[in-house]
Design a protein. Structure first.
Length: 585
């Protein structure tokens, strides 16, 4: 099936005009002149491959007012086959989406020898292309696509002039990247990138070809609580390349996977795709089909690219901070926003191990991280499936001005168990349908098949014999855990604790109060109120409608997390800026 055309390469003599310009008078074809302009307004580019004198053609077409509508023109006396190939390499488009028009069959066959996938046509077919569905394009009356290719054209010329030291050229180019997380506001461009990019589309996971359905599919995906996404814009000293990339990452437990990772070829060879991959934490990426970049073979992250952001007082203030995050999936989202905004981030999140739900957003882990454990307690924790890393805190990594983002939702959701002889509490949790409230009463045979392992059988037997059910973290222990942490926080630390959603919803009532979660929020706020550097984030302040909460009350539409991020970002910036001003005074 013939592809829609994105570039037309024009011969000139006896094609774009009648006659040979070097031999005297020609008959200029105004219809093809108008065709080139109309194609540009449809977002379809034009180039030239002609055996002529470059200066003569440039001056003539400039006088006609059409020269600037051509990109990467190749005008000299050399054979055309390799020159057509060079134009295609420069514009970085698929050969099958390019049409070469020439009156000479020899030139056409030579071009096909070098580029077999190329579409070709004789000069007699040129007049009819505007009515051909393959040239429908899309409205670009502002010529934005042409302007972007002109930027690429100038950039390519300077790159060639710079010689073999391409990295120095890239470092001098001032490449800056912006990540826009408001994907629904630019959904048409996101859909276009997913469905139309090929050479730099790493996952090739397509959407519906019906625009309305595709937009709905993608909005539903990027709104999920466990999906991080962004549109990537690029600019450099040459100009603005616009939105030329998109990613969507799905996180399940401790593993993050790229569902979509695609870029326009206009930023090929800049290193943007490798730089962004590092910025978003190098999630699992299964490359489908052929791509022009082996992203897994990158030995180092490009050092010539930076986050593009206005250097406001707030941004300058927060960039000196280390944003340390510990919690559940909600804080995975917040950490992602900070890292793609240019902040230094570290994170410790919930994981699963041997089927055990390791809830690092439980305050019991803080208790052992800070107070330490005896050798006997340590052996018991290991016996129950926990590793030292579960209660070793990256929060205390050296940093002049750390920002802590914390949540303790597990304390309000999952019970703890006390060892019968040791002074030891364990937040032991298994996720499976129909689980009992007290897991010491769990029958091994009642577990789903994936949990019926030898390790689990032995652990459940030991658990039932040595532990007793306590229930949700006792108030005095929870408050003591928080105080232990806050008392040891660095002097310059700013601590943000995300509260629980106090409501669940049913088809009949979207706001049913969960009193135990309200109690958890109340006691958290009470402890935090005693510390000037600690801030409680009431999640209800950021939920604007019932539809922004999923059926699981702990999961929200992505926009909720983004509002929380913006609030923290502004608050930290204001506090740091004020502290800087006070210090100066």
């Amino acid at each position: 099936m013939t592809e829609a055309v994105r570039l037309v390469i024009w011969d000139l003599d006896d094609t774009f005009w009648r006659g040979t310009i070097s031999e005297g008078a020609i008959e200029y074809r105004q219809d093809l002149h108008d065709c080139v302009i109309e194609l540009a307004q449809r977002g379809i580019m034009s180039s030239i491959c002609s055996k002529n004198d470059h200066e003569t053609i440039r001056d003539y077409l400039t006088e006609r007012g059409v020269w600037d509508y051509f990109i990467f023109p190749s005008i000299n006396w050399e054979p055309k086959g390799q020159r057509v190939q060079a134009i295609i390499d420069a514009v970085q488009l698929r050969p099958a989406s390019i049409l070469f028009i020439d009156d000479n069959p020899g030139n056409i066959n030579e071009a096909l020898h070098y580029v077999p996938e190329l579409q070709v046509a004789a000069e007699a077919d040129a007049a009819a292309i505007l009515s051909d569905p393959l040239f429908k394009g899309k409205n670009d009356s502002g010529l934005s696509r042409l302007k972007q290719y002109k930027i690429l054209e100038q950039r390519k010329a300077d790159e060639i002039a710079a010689g073999s030291d391409n990295r120095e050229f890239l470092r001098s180019s001032g490449i800056k990247v912006t990540i826009d997380h408001d994907v629904p506001a630019n959904i048409d461009r996101a859909v276009e990138l997913v469905n139309r990019t090929n050479q730099l589309n790493f996952t090739k996971s397509r959407l519906s070809e019906i625009p309305e359905i595709a937009a709905a599919e993608l909005i539903a995906l990027v709104s999920r609580y466990n999906v991080q996404s962004g549109l990537i814009s690029v600019r450099d000293n040459y100009g603005d390349y616009g939105v030329c990339g998109f990613y969507a990452i799905k996180t399940l437990g401790s593993e993050s996977t790229l569902i979509h990772y695609c870029f326009s070829c206009r930023i090929l060879n800049m290193g943007v795709e490798a730089w962004v991959y590092d910025l978003i934490g190098k999630p699992k990426l299964t490359v489908v089909g052929d791509v022009l970049t082996d992203i897994h073979a990158q030995e180092e992250t490009p050092d010539w690219i930076n986050v593009d952001a206005a250097e406001t007082e707030a941004r300058r203030a927060i960039k000196s901070d280390l944003v340390a995050t510990r919690g559940g999936c909600n804080l995975t989202s917040l950490s992602h926003y900070f890292s793609t905004g240019g902040a230094r981030t570290v994170g410790e999140f919930n994981i699963q191990r041997n089927g055990l739900d390791v809830r690092r957003d439980h305050s019991i882990f803080l208790r052992y991280a800070i107070a330490g454990t005896t050798e006997e307690q340590q052996r018991e924790l290991t016996r129950m499936g926990f590793d030292a890393e579960d209660y070793n805190l990256g929060l205390f990594n050296p940093s002049d001005q750390p920002v802590w983002l914390l949540s303790f939702w597990a304390d309000a959701d999952f019970p703890v168990y006390k060892h019968k002889t040791l002074d030891l509490y364990v937040p032991f949790n298994l996720q499976f349908p129909g689980r009992p409230g007290n897991l010491t009463e769990t029958e091994f045979s009642a577990l789903p098949k994936h949990l019926q392992t030898d390790w689990m059988a032995d652990t459940l037997k030991h658990f039932a014999a040595n532990y007793e059910y306590v229930g949700l973290t006792p108030r005095e222990i929870f408050e003591e855990n928080l105080r232990m942490l806050l008392d040891r926080a660095p002097h310059e630390a700013l601590v943000y604790v995300l509260g629980n959603n106090e409501y669940r919803k049913t088809p009949d009532d979207p706001k049913i109060l969960m009193s135990w979660k309200k109690s958890a929020n109340d006691r958290t706020k009470e402890v935090l109120s005693r510390y000037t550097n600690a801030h409680f984030l009431d999640v209800h302040d950021f939920i604007k409608s019932d539809e922004e909460v999923e059926n699981d009350p702990n999961h929200f539409n992505r926009i909720v997390y983004f509002r929380i991020y913006e609030h923290i970002y502004a608050d930290v910036g204001n506090i740091r800026s004020a502290a800087g001003l006070n210090a100066a005074e």
